[in-house]
Design a binder for this molecule. Structure first.
Ligand code: IMP
Ligand code: MG
Length: 179
C-alpha cells in the first residue's frame, strides 16, 4: 500500500504539531465569539476532525459538501454546493475549513456564497496552500503548510476519490512522471 502513494511530503508527526499550533491560534482569536466551524467535504474531513479537537472554545460544527466541475488540472471554478449548511450562520463568526487552496477559485466561490447568509465574519483555514498555482486573490487567515506545485494525496485529499485515508500527505507518483 505504501509504495503506490509515493514520497511523504508532510508526516503524521508534522501534521499533529502544526494542527496543535493552529488550534491554539484559533482558540485565542475566537474566544468569546459565536463561533461556527464549517468543514468543506469531502476533502477537509480528516483535517477538520483533528483541528476541531485542538480548538478549546465552545463552537458549533457544520459542513458543506461541494463538487467542482471538470478535471482538477483545469479547475473551472464552477463549484456546486451539493449539501448545504444546517446551522443558521447569520451574525456568527464562521471559519471555513478547507483541505487545499490551489487556484483559489473554490475558496473564492465559497466565501461569496456564504457571505449572502450574512455572517458577522467569515474566514478561511486551509491545511494546504499552493501559492504558485493561485489565479485569484483570496485571503487565507490560517494556512497549515505551503507546498510546491505537486499533486498530493492522503489525509483527506484524493486522487480519483481514492487515497483519502492515507494518514500522512504524499506526493502522488504518476507513472512516467519523472521529476
Ligand atoms: P482550487 O479551486 O483550484 O483552489 O481547487 C481546490 C480543490 O482542488 C481542492 O479542494 C481539492 O479538491 C482539489 N485539489 C487541488 N490540488 C489538489 C491536490 O494536490 N491533491 C488533491 N486535490 C487537489
Ligand atoms: Mg477534491
Amino acid at each position: 500500500m505504501e509504495r503506490i502513494f509515493g514520497r511523504p511530503i508532510v508526516t503524521q508527526e508534522e501534521m499533529r504539531t502544526r494542527i496543535k499550533e493552529l488550534g491554539k491560534q484559533i482558540t485565542a482569536d475566537y474566544v468569546g465569539k459565536d463561533f461556527v466551524l464549517v468543514g468543506v467535504l469531502k476533502g477537509a474531513y480528516a483535517f477538520y476532525a483533528d483541528l476541531a479537537r485542538a480548538i478549546r472554545i465552545p463552537m458549533r460544527v457544520d459542513f458543506l459538501v461541494v463538487t467542482s466541475y471538470g478535471s482538477r488540472a483545469k479547475t473551472s471554478g464552477k463549484v456546486k454546493i451539493v449539501t448545504e449548511l444546517t446551522e443558521n450562520i447569520k451574525g456568527k463568526d464562521v471559519l471555513l475549513v478547507e483541505d487545499i487552496v490551489d487556484s483559489g477559485l473554490t475558496a473564492q466561490f465559497m466565501l461569496k456564497s456564504l457571505a449572502k447568509k450574512k455572517p458577522r465574519s467569515i474566514k478561511i483555514c486551509t491545511l494546504l496552500s499552493k501559492p504558485e498555482r493561485r489565479t485569484v486573490n483570496v485571503t487565507l487567515a490560517y494556512v497549515g503548510f505551503e507546498i510546491p506545485d505537486k499533486y498530493v494525496v492522503g489525509y483527506g485529499l484524493d486522487y480519483q476519490q481514492k487515497y483519502r485515508n492515507l494518514p500522512y500527505l504524499a506526493v502522488l507518483d504518476v507513472e512516467g512522471d519523472q521529476e
